[in-house]
Design a protein around this ligand. Structure first.
Ligand code: MTE
Ligand code: MO
Length: 198
């Protein structure tokens, strides 16, 4: 059972400007899919402007309260996919005993192979933001970010780092991979914040 956006209301109201709905689940990323020989070697580093930096194992991630949510995703290339069921950990639960310092205003998400994406703390801690390990009831596949990815449905999906390995709290807004390559620094699909010249 997934809780989240109600399915009532017209689908068209749920699709941001100049997006088209698809029932497929397209795969989109720069570079190749990282290969995971051994989940026991995987970890997630939480660091930067925090009182209690962490190095979490996948077991640690599974020990957090399990969140089941349903939401819509919007890729900047023009496709939207409605009603995605995600299972994972809400960012608000993840940071409970991290002690975010007052100077921290942004988060830089680090994925495998040096890929990054930047968001504000507000976006990172939004009620709908989570770290997901399953999609529609099944563990993430390698191409969709196994073992763990960000999901921030209120922003264009490029912000939702697949193969997440690090969460860095920063004072300044450091542009991530796509943000350095012409994408918008915020990426709100309802405002069509696609490119940095928008
Ligand atoms: N690590 C990493 N995460 C990434 C990307 C990437 O290139 N590398 N691309 C982003 C983009 S542009 C999109 S639209 C979504 C696509 O997720 P999907 O392949 O699961 O549909 O992943 C995002 N996360
Ligand atoms: Mo995208």
């Amino acid at each position: 059972m997934y809780f989240g956006k109600s399915k009532a209301g017209k689908d068209s109201d749920r699709i941001p400007p100049n997006q088209n709905a698809t029932t497929k689940f397209p795969v989109l990323h720069a570079g190749s899919v990282p290969y995971y020989p051994d989940l026991s070697k995987w970890n997630l580093q939480i660091y930067g402007l925090v009182e209690n930096p962490k190095l979490l194992t996948f077991e640690d991630i599974k020990a957090f309260p399990e969140a089941n949510v349903s939401n819509d995703i919007h890729c900047v290339t023009g496709w939207s996919r409605l009603d995605n069921g995600w299972t994972g950990v809400k960012t608000s639960d993840l940071v409970k005993d991290i002690g975010i310092k007052r100077k921290a205003e942004y988060v830089l998400l680090h994925a495998e192979e040096g890929w990054t994406a930047n968001v504000s703390i507000k976006d990172f801690l939004a009620e709908t933001s989570l770290l997901a390990y399953a999609h529609d009831g099944k563990p993430l596949t390698p191409e969709h970010g196994y073992p763990l990815r960000m999901v921030m449905p209120h922003l264009y999906f490029w912000k939702s780092a697949k193969w997440l390995r690090g969460i860095q709290f920063t004072e300044k807004n450091h542009p991530g991979f796509w943000e350095r390559n012409g994408y918008h620094i915020n990426g709100d699909p309802w405002k069509e914040e696609r490119f940095s010249f928008d």
